[in-house]
Write a new protein. Structure first.
Length: 213
């Protein structure tokens, strides 16, 4: 009879870990050691950090033993909030190189918002949203289309698991820019947050779950 192996999502050393659960078996212990899994005395189990690389290592190592049970692990993984540091890393990468096309637009945007006496916290929030959008699109205001706004929403905001509130704020930031540049930025286009905001699917595949970790 082939050994039974189950994955379990647990917090250990202040981080989420993938625990490999099985009854005592020397072959399985060797498999754990072969992929660099560590032993936790407190949890009485072998574990690797929660990420795609570790998950693949586990699946490959235990395939010869009849595979692994992952249903409960995936259910628990779906409940995890998307890491804030991952969003920050994506934004930092997106805006790492100064873009001359964007610089003047951002400077204009900030000055106009200050003149309108917006709170500094509001200016900072909207500025980051506008900056991310223009760096992603890499076009001047007069070249922006509604299709490009939708592309950014789907392939950046939704992909990186920003909240619905963020989506609404992003539309508000665009509306302000539209008011400041009525002849250049999306003239005669009505920008409204969709009634049903784009969001993550309720059910994610194993691959999709590990893509966001």
């Amino acid at each position: 009879m082939k050994p039974s192996v189950t994955l379990s999502l647990r917090s250990h050393r202040n981080q989420n870990q993938i625990f490999i659960v099985f009854s005592y078996d020397l072959q399985l212990i060797r498999a754990c050691k072969s992929i660099g899994a560590q032993w936790s005395q407190s949890h009485c189990g072998w574990y690797l950090p929660l990420n795609r690389v570790a998950y693949k290592k586990i699946k490959n190592a235990f395939a010869p033993f009849g595979g692994i049970e992952t249903e409960k692990f995936m259910q628990d993984a779906r409940k995890l909030p998307y890491a804030q540091h991952t969003k920050a890393t994506a934004y930092k990468k997106l805006t790492a190189v100064e873009n001359p096309k964007v610089k003047d637009v951002l400077h204009f945007f900030v000055n106009k918002m200050r003149a309108a006496r917006y709170a500094q916290s509001t200016i900072d929030t909207y500025l980051n949203m506008i900056k991310g959008f223009f760096y992603y699109i890499n076009k001047l205001p007069e070249d922006i289309t509604v299709a490009l706004v939708e592309d950014y929403t789907v392939n950046y905001i939704v992909k990186h698991h920003y909240s619905r509130s963020y989506q609404r704020q992003f539309i508000s930031a665009l509306k302000i820019l539209q008011q400041l540049l009525p002849q250049q930025f999306l003239p005669q286009e009505k920008l409204d947050a969709p009634k049903r905001l784009l969001a993550l699917p309720t059910v994610l595949s194993a691959s999709e779950i590990l893509d966001i970790l």
